[in-house]
Design a protein. Structure first.
Length: 148
């Protein structure tokens, strides 16, 4: 339980850093204050978690589909989820924060989401315990004599 909470907090901090870099370097991305950036990052965390759940559900339906029509329908639904998620993010931010926060348009929010997810994955990989990153070498598995 606590590891999930800690991971979510780290994700929000990563999102704040990425979002503020976008605010600084992309003129169309606007946040009036750090507090709004922090709240926007928390909102993005929630919305993106819902989108990832929906995407995984659709991917499971795609794998379960046995007919070409079923695969095509699931593929189209996956496209709708991935494409529509950008508008969901834009509308959620606009609804909650109004003109005080703007993520630009479709292309800037697409780039933002991509960078958010890549940064989150990179930080999670860095913070993963060392044992989980690399399997330990077993000298006997390679034919080495353990008595040496």
């Amino acid at each position: 339980m606590w590891s999930r909470v800690a991971a979510a907090i780290v994700d929000v901090f990563v999102y704040v850093v990425v979002l503020n870099l976008f605010v600084e370097y992309l003129p169309r991305v606007i946040s009036e204050s750090f507090t709004l950036s922090l709240l926007t990052a928390a909102l993005l965390k929630g919305v993106l978690e819902v989108v990832v759940l929906a995407k995984n559900w659709v991917k499971a339906r795609f794998r379960q589909a046995s007919t070409p029509f079923g695969k095509a329908a699931a593929g189209f639904l996956l496209w709708v989820v991935l494409f529509g998620s950008k508008f969901l993010v834009l509308e959620a931010v606009d609804f909650i924060f109004g003109s005080r926060v703007s993520l630009g348009g479709f292309f800037s929010v697409t780039l933002l989401i991509l960078v958010l997810l890549l940064a989150r994955a990179a930080v999670r990989r860095l913070l993963r315990p060392r044992q989980a990153r690399r399997p330990t070498a077993n000298p006997t598995a390679r034919g080495a004599d353990p008595s040496c």
